[in-house]
Design a binder for this molecule. Structure first.
Ligand code: MN
Length: 734
């Protein structure tokens, strides 16, 4: 692994002094170093070293990238909010808003919980994208990269499980970001460190392969350098030339991904020539091609067509002495700096009267807009064709470019314009079905609210509720759409089946009434034989038709038994009427008062109890017993007149009046949507009034509906609350 320097505060200042001359800027850096040292006093790392060692080294890495004074200061301060409890505002007071914002963003990204590969939801690309989107400022990314680099360099102090997790995350998230920003120095070191911890066996195998042939290779490279140098000197071109070793992970990657043997990797012998101007680059290339045979198809002109991470260089592969193959890179000093330090070099800190942090940031934002939009990564840009690139862009920009999190930090990628409902269905189908509310960044929001990258979304559910057909109007993901439709289809089917059951009863009764033995006729085959006469496509359909009174059971009966019989089957008819009459008389209110047989019973009009409510009886003077809800204010404190009562068995046909009141933001079609919701719940509506409050543009809607049970009523209220614009929906007590 590459050696690195363990730096102290003085090293940071020395490095900064090479490109920062302004004393105020330098003293800002010292001030940040001192402040951080004081804030973290007494804290230690796993290595046993004081915590400041980490901070100093992060700041030092930023200085080697030629970061500006504020970036370096924020490097010293990057763990202050997280680890010492100092707030962003305190930092803003002591330093300034810019530094405080940098540290705060670094802290926020630190809180992201990147799930490991074992998690089925794991998508490295999502993590990279939310990382970028949340950073908003390239300096935040640089600080995070420096932070991670130092943590990787000191990973040996972590337990083995953490080493693997952190190394995997580094390889999947951090190294690609460093690559995209063109910071190859950091990218290569991160890759090799991760490689070491993830696959030590392969790491040592390749290190050994590289080592055994090193002397021989070094000798070939030395000879080639001497030859080329002599030639270029003759032509009077000024240049630097040096051999370049590939980092281990890239060798491993080529061997594995392209299935090559070590000897087959062409650019193992690599030479880099750094010259003055672009024109010099092409000149050098011309001389080299004149002297050595180039391998066809290996010439790449990244000067004319830079890579998306701004990398520029000429690449060619030539056959040298003894048939040895060399990869040659030719570039200017500026191009070389960008190749090593990427954006950091491009926007390296420039002093002088023109320096304006905001203008620089804007330039970064503009230049990096491609990065935000194009946050795609393929391992080898050289293989990236234009159409792949466009396809990836398409996918990223149009399919999944909002990244939100669960309260536990799981990253969920959703299409642009997605809502909490889309999020809920992405979490789990049942979470979607029973969603009744959503918190975004701790604030309650309407369910059609558009989500934005970085939002933390938490879903409120209520058991027993179902989706609303309204949701189909605003959900973005096809997953949510399909699940909502499936739920309604399933319910429709269940309803059909339960209706079919009723139809079966009706038909059985009809057969019996006519003196037939139902068992003999209710066979599937016999039913199928007659169903076509009634345009039913199957037996369920036939029974459903009977239950819905679309098909006459008498006619079915006649077809089935093949005989017409007179309807004057007096005996059967009388029996039936008696049974039905008895039922109605007994169950007018559906309430039983124990010990009292023939008491006049009625439901109180103030609180309108519904089957399933907790109830009490109130003995009135001359009007029998009035039944109230237990919590009705009108019976509170009237103990001596209260008697127990309870509901009889549930009866599907018994309906109870209920008054409800809805407060909503006024909008077109509000009432229509509410009425639709109620009719979907199959609750008959007896009365509706709506009043617009002109002061705050809200509407109060009062409804009298009929329901069968208090559960049905609760679900109905929950569904009403889901209608766009509805603020509250409650039962009313008069
Ligand atoms: Mn840190």
């Amino acid at each position: 692994m590459a050696d690195y320097k363990t730096a102290g505060v003085q090293d940071v200042l020395d490095e900064a002094r090479t490109y920062i001359k302004n004393e105020d800027s330098l003293s800002l850096i010292s001030r940040a170093a001192n402040y951080a040292a004081e804030a973290h006093a007494g804290q230690f790392r796993r290595s046993g070293e004081p915590y400041t060692v980490h901070l100093n080294n992060v700041a030092y890495i930023l200085a080697t990238l030629h970061g500006g004074p504020k970036t370096i200061a924020a490097g010293f301060l990057h763990d202050v909010i997280e680890d010492t409890g100092i707030s962003r505002d305190q930092l803003a007071k002591i330093f300034d808003d810019e530094i405080a914002d940098l540290v705060e963003s670094v802290t926020k990204i630190g809180a992201l919980q990147f799930k490991g590969k074992d998690d089925p939801e794991y998508q490295a690309a999502n993590h990279r994208k939310i990382f970028i989107a949340m950073a908003k400022d390239v300096r935040v990314i640089l600080i995070k990269l420096a932070d991670r680099l130092h943590n990787m360099r000191t990973l040996q102090y972590q337990p083995e499980a953490s080493q693997k997790r952190i190394a995997a995350e580094t390889l999947d998230v951090y190294a690609p970001i460093a690559h995209r920003l063109g910071i190859s120095a950091i990218k290569n070191e991160l890759e090799d460190l991760s490689f070491f911890y993830l696959n030590r066996k392969e790491y040592y195998r390749i290190a050994h392969l590289v080592e055994t042939r090193k002397a021989e290779r070094d000798e070939s490279v030395r000879k080639m350098i001497a030859e080329i140098s002599e030639m270029l000197e003759e032509h009077g071109i000024s240049f630097r030339i040096f051999g370049r070793s590939k980092h281990l992970y890239s060798i491993y990657h080529k061997m594995v991904a392209r299935n090559k043997r070590f000897e087959e990797i062409l650019d193992l012998l690599a030479i880099r020539i750094v010259t003055e101007t672009e024109l010099n680059c092409y000149e050098v290339l011309g001389y080299i091609h004149a002297k050595y045979k180039p391998i066809p198809g290996r010439l790449k002109d990244y000067i004319a067509v830079p890579k998306t991470n701004m990398y520029q260089s000429l690449h060619t592969t030539i056959i040298g002495e003894e048939g040895k193959i060399f990869e040659v890179q030719i570039r200017t000093e500026d191009m070389d700096a960008i190749a090593e330090r990427g954006v950091a070099a491009h926007w390296r800190y420039k002093e002088g009267g023109h320096y304006d942090a905001r203008a620089e940031q804007k330039e970064i934002e503009d230049k990096l807009s491609w990065f935000r939009d194009f946050a795609v990564y393929t391992n080898d840009n050289e293989d990236e064709t234009a159409s792949d690139y466009m396809a990836a862009l398409q996918k990223d920009v149009f399919e999944a470019n909002v990244y939100v999190m669960t309260p536990k930090g799981r990253v969920i990628g959703l299409p642009n314009g997605s809502t909490p409902i889309d999020f809920a269905y992405r979490i789990h189908t049942d979470v979607g079905h029973t969603c009744v509310g959503a918190l975004v960044n701790d604030a309650m929001v309407p369910l059609n609210t558009e989500l934005h990258t970085g939002d933390v979304v938490s879903i409120r559910t209520l058991k027993g509720t179902g989706p609303s057909e309204d949701w189909l109007k605003f959900v973005k993901t096809s997953q949510a759409k399909n699940k909502i439709r499936a739920w309604f289809a399933k319910r429709e089917n269940e309803k059909r089946e339960s209706m079919a059951g009723q139809g079966e009863k009706v038909l059985t009764e009809e057969l019996r009434r006519r003196g037939f033995e139902p068992k003999d006729y209710m066979e599937k085959k016999k039913l199928e034989a007659v169903m076509k006469e009634f345009s039913a496509k199957d037996v369920t359909d036939l029974m459903y038709g009977i239950a819905m009174k679309l098909i006459n059971p008498t006619a079915v009966c006649e077809k089935l038994t093949n005989q017409k019989r007179s309807l004057n089957d007096e005996e059967a008819l009388t029996k039936l009427i008696n049974r039905e009459t008895k039922k109605h008389v007994m169950t007018k209110t559906g309430i039983v008062v124990p010990g009292i047989e023939s008491m006049k019973l009625s439901l109180a009009q103030c609180c309108l109890p519904v089957y399933g409510d907790k109830i009490v009886g109130y003995v009135t003077k001359g009007e029998g017993v009035k039944v109230h809800r237990c919590d009705c204010a009108n019976v509170a404190g009237q103990k001596e007149r209260i008697i127990d009562c309870y509901w009889e068995e549930e009866d599907n046909e018994r309906l109870y009046d209920s008054d409800i009141s809805i407060l909503a933001e006024d909008r077109n079609f509000l009432l229509t949507d509410i009425v639709n919701t109620i009719s979907q719940s199959r609750a008959p509506m007896l009365k509706v009034t709506a009043n617009v409050n002109r002061e705050d543009l809200t509407t109060t809607i009062k409804l009298r509906i009929q329901v069968r049970t208090s559960d049905q009523l609760e679900v109905l209220l929950a569904n009403i609350r889901k209608v766009e614009g509805v603020i509250t929906a409650v039962r009313v007590t008069h």
